[in-house]
Structure formats: structure tokens, C-alpha cells
Design a binder for this molecule. Structure first.
Ligand code: ATP
Length: 292
């Protein structure tokens, strides 16, 4: 195969607790993340030498700072391949929106490169390499739902959540994850609530689990960015239950009753200039379905 096109899904955090700051500067977290249908598209094509990135969005770097570039460089060198790769990215996932878009694109690059150059690397090996690129990259090798630990790179697959309708809304603000963590004043936290929520999901009590959604970073984001607070409030009033900031923001997701309500709420938000889409959580990662 000379060329491959892959869906590159986004994630939301149904639960995110920060357990403390580590000696290496990272924060120890525990999270329950699920992939969503809101996907970028990553296309890889063999080329004789060098790595090129094609991306139309000016907010996304098109050189060595792009996570796809770093992913390709890492895997090509790891496998001793001297040929190059051309990578085209179509962005739909909000940039710096707490949905892991860049990390997902990096995972798709590793997965796609493995296919076009027939490298025969296992998902586990690619996941491990992904962890060197960024804490969120390994998550995007999971099927749908995962319990995440460490700085985010330790991923334990969870049984798939029956697809739920969401509204994903973004106020058009880019938030740097580092700035949110730097503002965080951490109380004494524990991993108990996350473990309880995981047990509820795993015993089929998804509704009870969804009523416990929580994000430790949310208060910091809502205080620093009133537009995000207003969006969350509007989504709750429109029927989202819960409406929660994803990761370090600025995206707010709302769990909706059904497709009709999700479509209606998304349209209402779009009419007032908010970028919003109705979509479902994924129970299978469409990137992993692209295989030799
Ligand atoms: P993070 O928590 O890692 O900041 P995020 O989901 O909030 O993730 P991303 O959209 O992944 O945000 O982008 C974070 C930063 O990474 C941005 O500054 C962006 O310019 C840079 N970046 C590098 N490569 C990509 C990529 N392929 N897609 C999007 N952003 C990228």
C-alpha cells in the first residue's frame, strides 16, 4: 500500500482527577476517557525522502513542531527506514480544545506509517512509542473507552460504552494545557471516585456512572474563561446532563437524551455563532479498523 487515509478521532474526559505533581514536573492523573465520532482525517503517502506536512489551518504547525511530523520521524528512525512520508491533515477537532486532536493525529500517523511501509509493529509497540511523543497519544490506540493513569500514558482498556449522543461545543478559544495546570491549586485528592465510576461502567450502570462526571481542571478553566462558563451554563439549560469541560478546555461536551435533542441543541448553539456538532461516543476506534 502506497497511501492510506485514516480517521483520527477525538476524546472527551468523563472523569479527570489530578492526584498531585510529580518530581519530573508532570501531574499524576486518573481519568476515564471515551473516543468520539468527531474526527480529523490523516492521509499518508510514501515519498522518496523527507517528511512533509500539509494542513490548511494556520493554528497548526506544518513543520517539525507538528506532532505528526514528530511521530513519523520517531517511527522511521526506530525502524531504520530512510525513505520519507507525506502527511495531509484535515482538521475538524478544535485546536487546543482539550479533545486531544494533535495526539490523535500522532497516533494515526504511527498506525498509518506502519501500514504503508509494512513495518509489522504491534499496537502495543506503537502505543509505547506514542507515549514518548505525548501523554495523550497512547489513549488513541484504545477501542473506545479507557481508564487512564500516570501522566496519561498508562491506558487500561474498558468495556465499550453503549454509544451516547453528545453535543460538542467550542467557544473558539485556544487554551494551553500548561497554563491551566499552572493555575491549579490542588486540594487533597484521591483516586476513589474514579475507581467507583469505572466499576459502575463495568457493571453496566452507565447512567449512574454518567451522573458522576467530574473534571478537576474545570473550575480553573471556568474562572479564567467566562465564555466557557457561559457555554456550559447554556448547554445545561438546553438539556445537557451533564455539561462538562473536556480536559483543559475550551471544549464543553454535553451528554444528550437522544439524537433529536442533540441535533436541536447543536443547531441552537450554531445559530448564535458557537461551533457545535452533534455526534456519538465511539464503541470501536475507526482508526484501528484500517488494516492491511
Ligand atoms: P494538549 O492537551 O496536548 O494541549 P489539546 O487537545 O488541548 O491538547 P491540540 O489540538 O492537540 O490541543 O493542540 C495542542 C497544541 O499542539 C497546539 O498548540 C497546536 O498548535 C499543536 N499541534 C501540533 N501538532 C498538531 C496537530 N497535528 N493538530 C493540532 N495541533 C497540533
Amino acid at each position: 500500500m502506497d497511501r492510506v487515509t485514516l480517521p483520527s478521532p477525538s476524546k472527551i474526559n468523563l472523569y479527570l482527577e489530578v492526584l498531585g505533581r510529580r518530581d519530573d514536573g508532570y501531574h499524576e492523573i486518573t481519568s476515564i476517557a471515551v473516543l468520539t465520532e468527531l474526527c480529523d482525517t490523516v492521509t499518508l503517502e510514501r515519498r522518496a525522502s523527507g517528511i512533509t506536512i500539509g494542513v490548511a489551518d494556520p493554528q497548526v504547525p506544518s513543520g517539525p513542531q507538528n506532532l505528526c511530523y514528530r511521530a513519523a520521524d520517531l517511527l522511521l528512525r526506530h525502524c531504520g527506514i530512510t525513505a520519507g512520508i507525506s502527511i495531509r491533515i484535515e482538521k475538524r477537532i478544535p485546536i487546543s480544545g482539550g479533545m486531544g486532536g494533535g495526539s490523535s493525529n500522532a497516533a494515526a500517523t504511527l498506525w498509518g506509517l506502519n501500514l504503508v511501509y509494512e513495518l509489522g509493529r504491534s499496537r502495543e509497540e506503537l502505543m509505547c512509542l506514542g507515549g514518548e511523543l505525548g501523554s495523550d497519544v497512547p489513549l488513541f490506540f484504545s477501542q473506545g473507552a479507557a481508564f487512564v493513569k500516570g501522566r496519561g500514558e498508562r491506558v487500561e482498556e474498558m468495556p465499550a460504552l453503549c454509544p451516547r449522543w453528545l453535543v460538542i461545543a467550542n467557544p473558539g478559544i485556544a487554551i494551553s494545557t500548561a497554563s491551566v495546570y499552572s493555575r491549579l491549586r490542588l486540594p487533597l485528592t484521591s483516586e476513589k471516585a474514579g475507581i467507583r465510576m469505572r466499576a459502575l461502567f463495568e457493571s453496566g450502570q452507565a447512567d449512574a456512572a454518567l451522573s458522576c462526571c467530574f473534571n478537576r481542571l474545570e473550575d480553573v478553566v471556568l474562572q479564567a474563561y467566562p465564555a466557557v462558563a457561559e457555554l456550559k451554563q447554556r448547554m445545561a439549560l438546553l438539556g445537557a446532563s451533564p455539561a462538562l469541560v473536556s480536559g483543559s478546555g475550551s471544549t464543553v461536551f454535553g451528554v444528550m437524551k437522544d439524537a433529536d435533542v442533540a441535533e436541536r441543541v447543536a443547531s441552537t448553539l450554531v445559530e448564535t455563532g458557537v461551533r457545535a456538532v452533534a455526534c456519538r461516543t465511539l464503541d470501536k476506534n475507526p482508526m484501528l479498523a484500517v488494516a492491511q
